[in-house]
Design a protein around this ligand. Structure first.
Ligand code: ADP
Ligand code: MG
Length: 565
């Protein structure tokens, strides 16, 4: 390893040379207190910025063990440090001058959710800290301006590192609060299981967001308040007792007039699979972490999926026990989404009528009389929702403002009225009993079979010059093949998509041999991340990654058109 002074000399030597001379800087340099690693150097000042990492040993970083002695706490601390560092470098970005991206300083942009990211990692054994960042190496045209890079490396960064990554320079109370919130969130997660609840929404929570493009809490929103019949108390290790709405396992219906806050509540529940940062308003909104949002998804690809729970006897005699299509309809896509959710091990489905296929959700009495069940290929979700709960232990929370059909099958009925929930189970059940009882499915419940063994096509097999890209939150691209993930709504960060692209390639290269089932393949991917860490996946790209849930790994592989199942 070379010293910081040696690096300074190297910088002087390459000043005003042609841009590729920057490549000679790759390597490790000992700075006072940390090692600076120049991992990847960009090809020109307009290309994606260079990758630099900062390595602190456990003693220098100095974080007390009790701030990271569990996996969730470690992830919360990493997340907190990354945010602090991002804020510290922001004013210095583009202060070093030059063309194109010269002088850019950046790290992963964190949203409201706390995710495990490669961008900041704390070694659980020894407390060593690694932080990855982007630096635009400065040039004028293609002529290296190394005195500008020196400004970044010697004047800007050392202060930022000290101020945000040395425990002794931080406010200990702030760090403790991060760990304490995390402990409280984990306590609620555990308590949900013990008490047979699918979700908890604390009184006072702020559910709506500032706007369609801002995930920050809405100002002057109506705070959440639980109906007394559903109110439970959670004894939290740090905050002590808090009260809020506990949604029991089983089938829960959310009804109410338009604009009264139904979708907002459901959306908060969807994202309650993640922990949120302090001040988000949803930090004490916690949902069963396996929950899967279901929606219709016209034109998705379905490969060899058993959707016979919902679709049978197609007019074209298509086999719905092993159904494939390159262009699914609303109802078949939603059917596939349910079955794949079961395979991915969910115990809670979340459904909003706004984004569902009506013919998948219900068939009303009158229609049943006119078009007999035997002439209808679709067994609607309403006829299966109880089966899912009884046979597979999967609960459902549904938003249904326009159809009363689900009153018959719901265990709990919540009405949203001016953003406040009311428990109307008794009243709604009484009204429903006067209406024709809903009729059960004609076809018996048979658990779907999961015997699919995916194999990659040439695009994924040929990994010599792998090109991987995440297009925001929308889709991933491997070589030139796109996998559309726009409607996988619980993906919250482009780095999760990037990780999915890497996982897809990893699975294709290592695990998809035509013998392993999809389930075994996902298990192996998760094992790899658990044992070797998320950064073990990094080999194939210069981007940082965020860990997706198991459910989204399934969703991605299931939607990939380069896999044959
Ligand atoms: P619904 O699904 O019942 O039609 P939405 O959940 O879409 O209603 O909410 C309608 C509007 O009300 C949205 O613009 C949302 O931001 C706003 N809203 C939701 N909850 C609250 C709240 N607690 N306080 C203030 N505004 C809210
Ligand atoms: Mg709505």
């Amino acid at each position: 390893m070379q010293t910081a002074n040696e690096l300074r000399k190297l910088l002087t030597d390459i000043n005003h040379k042609s841009y590729p001379a920057y490549k000679s800087l790759r390597g490790l340099y000992q700075f006072p207190g940390y090692v600076l690693s120049i991992d990847h150097v960009q090809g020109d000042p307009f290309a994606a910025p260079s990758r630099v990492s900062i390595h602190l040993d456990g003693k220098t970083a100095g974080f007390p063990k009790n701030l990271y002695d569990t996996r969730p706490k470690r992830i919360a601390l990493q997340d907190y440090l990354l945010r602090l560092f991002a804020r510290a470098i922001e004013p210095y970005s583009f202060q070093a001058k030059g063309s194109g991206k010269s002088g850019l300083l950046g790290v992963s942009r964190c949203g409201q959710e706390i995710l495990e990211r490669t961008a900041c990692s704390l070694n659980p054994q020894n407390g060593a800290l690694i932080l990855n960042m982007e630096v635009g190496f400065p040039a004028n045209g293609r002529s290296i301006q190394s005195q500008e890079l020196a400004k970044i490396l010697y004047d800007f960064l050392p202060g930022c590192v000290e101020k945000t990554l040395y425990y002794r320079r931080l406010n200990p109370a702030d760090c403790t609060r991060v760990a304490q919130l995390c402990e409280d969130q984990q306590a609620i997660r555990q308590e949900l299981k013990k008490r047979h609840l699918t979700a908890f929404v604390a009184n006072g929570a702020i559910l709506p967001r500032e706007s369609g493009i801002s995930d920050k809490p809405m100002r002057r929103a109506v705070p959440f308040a639980s109906p007394s019949s559903l109110e439970v108390t959670m004894e939290l290790p740090n905050r002590g007792p808090i009260r809020g709405m506990g949604i029991p396992e089983g089938i829960t219906l959310i009804v109410g007039g338009g604009f009264h806050g139904k979708s907002t509540l459901l959306h908060a529940l969807e994202l309650g699979v993640y922990d949120h940062i302090a001040g988000d308003g949803r930090e004490l909104v916690i949902t069963d972490s396996t929950a899967v949002k279901l929606r219709s998804e016209d034109s998705r690809s379905i490969s060899n999926t058993d959707i016979s729970l919902f679709i049978n006897d197609l007019p074209n005699k298509g086999n719905t026990k092993a159904f494939s299509t390159a262009d699914a309809s609303g109802s078949t896509s939603q059917a596939a989404n349910v079955v794949e959710g079961i395979e991915a091990g969910t115990s809670l489905f979340l459904i909003d009528e706004d984004t569902s296929a009506t013919n998948f959700m219900i068939r009303d009495e009158l229609m049943q009389r006119v078009v007999s069940d035997s002439e209808e290929p679709i067994t609607p979700f309403i006829s299966r929702v109880r089966d899912l709960s009884w046979h597979l232990g999967i609960s459902s929370i549904l938003v249904a403002g326009s159809s009363g059909s689900y009153f018959h099958v719901a265990d709990t009925i919540i009405q949203m009225k001016e953003y406040i929930p009311y428990d109307i189970t008794g009243k709604a059940k009484k009204e429903a009993s006067a209406f024709p009882a809903f009729s059960y499915a004609l076809r018996p419940f048979v658990s779907p079979v999961f015997e699919r063994r995916p194999v990659p096509d040439r695009t994924l097999k040929d990994q010599d010059r792998l090109r991987i890209k995440a297009m925001g939150r929308e889709s991933i691209m491997v070589q030139k093949s796109v996998t559309d993930l726009r409607y996988v709504e619980q993906l919250v960060d482009s780095e999760q998509l990037h990780a999915l692209a890497v996982l897809l390639c990893e699975a294709a290269a290592k695990y998809m041999d035509g013998h392993r089932t999809l389930l075994q393949i996902v298990d192996l991917l998760e094992q790899q991340m658990d044992t070797h860490g998320l950064s073990s996946l990094k080999a194939s790209g210069n981007c940082d990654l965020a860990r997706p849930r198991r459910q989204e790994i399934f969703a991605c592989l299931n939607r990939c058109r380069n896999l044959k199942f």
